[in-house]
Design a protein around this ligand. Structure first.
Ligand code: WQD
Length: 325
């Protein structure tokens, strides 16, 4: 099966490309490199020893997207491409709605035109908003608390409507919890441009002495130690969830799965695990809560275990281990 991986030079996309190639899939990668680098493409080829076509394409460009499908035989798509910074989405909502929705529509139109109906969508636990039920099942109520989350919710709704209009579609929505960690070679990791929004890349910058201390956003949440609790999952476990979804992608429909470990860890537990496994100190200061943050979020991953035969395997310590190259 030949899979188009959009956003395949990004953090989760690049790790998924490695796992797909190692599982015997052929891939084609499209990425506009707005939040990634072509270096990742070279690393994927270096790690796997395999070749594949790469296209620097802005998927908002309908014509370029059509050209891609004309040039390359494609059997299915994993769609990672999209902007993903919550704070930036609040400041620049139109940029987020245009990019995250138009790119998806262009890909789906190009697929439908050519009778390609296998589509895996990179969704997010952010569609659960502030969860009422913990651990969170796939049936939990959906809501969005920021434009980024709204784009995920709107893409999910568009895909459900698409299947209702044409039952040939075979759609999988994968709702990620908090991906962290990197490839054991140290070549692929979460290395955003500028000051990181997310916890782990920020901790790593402190570890590298590029930032002086971690700012812990609030210690007055109703959690065991007062700091935010999240379901951290190793990015390679997450990537393997995509391979499992493709392997078991049989009947048409809309198939929804949480990709998490089912265990929540607080900010301070992550800091302690990071310090222990890397034998270091991560200085931190307690700041006020970050606007839009929720207290606790962790998955019920039993449906993916049952129906995909997939389960996250790596420990928090493995997720925190820094690989020096
Ligand atoms: C985790 C915890 C913070 C940074 C976001 C998106 C979500 C998904 C993952 C794309 C929280 C605390 C963080 C810092 C801190 N992305 N924190 N200091 O907010 O759970 O989820 O990224 O799909 O959609 O919303 O992840 O890593 O930003 O925060 O104390 O410098 O760490 O308060 O409790 P989050 P995060």
């Amino acid at each position: 099966m030949r899979i188009l991986v959009t956003g395949g030079a990004g953090y989760i996309g690049s790790h998924t490309c490695v796992q797909l190639l190692e599982a015997g899939y052929e891939i084609v990668v499209a990425d506009d490199l707005s939040n990634s680098s072509e270096t990742a493409i070279h690393y994927i080829k270096g790690i796997t020893g395999k070749e594949f076509p790469f296209y620097p394409v802005d998927l908002k460009d309908r014509e370029r997207t059509e050209q891609l499908f004309e040039l390359e035989p494609i059997d299915g798509v994993i769609h990672f491409a999209g902007y993903k910074a919550v704070g930036e989405s609040v400041e620049r909502p139109l940029m987020y709605y245009e990019n995250n929705l138009v790119s998806t529509m262009n890909v789906l139109q190009a697929m439908r035109k050519r009778g390609i109906f296998h589509f895996v969508f990179s969704s997010s636990a952010t569609v659960y908003g502030d969860p009422e039920i913990l651990p969170i099942p796939e049936e939990a109520p959906l809501s969005a608390t920021n434009p980024y989350g709204c784009t995920k919710l709107m893409n999910e709704q568009m895909l459900k409507d698409l299947y209702q209009s044409d039952n040939r579609w075979n759609i999988t929505l994968l709702r990620y919890f908090n991906p962290i960690g990197g490839h054991p070679t140290g070549l692929l990791a979460d290395n955003p441009n500028g000051i990181p929004n997310n916890l782990m890349p920020y901790i790593i910058r402190v570890y590298e002495n590029k930032l002086d201390q971690l700012h812990v956003y609030g210690n007055d949440y109703p959690t065991p130690d007062g700091t935010g609790v999240r379901d951290y999952i190793h990015v390679i476990d997450l990537a393997d969830g995509h391979v499992a979804a493709l392997d078991r992608m049989k009947e048409p429909g809309v198939h929804i799965f949480n990709l998490g470990t089912g265990t929540g860890y607080s900010v301070l537990e992550v800091v302690r695990a990071f310090e222990n496994v890397n034998k270091c100190r991560i200085p931190y200061v307690i700041d006020p809560r970050r606007a839009g943050d929720i207290a606790m979020c962790y998955a019920d991953p039993s449906k993916a275990e049952r129906e995909l035969g997939w389960k996250a395997r790596r420990s928090l310590e493995e997720m925190c281990k820094v690989v020096l190259i």
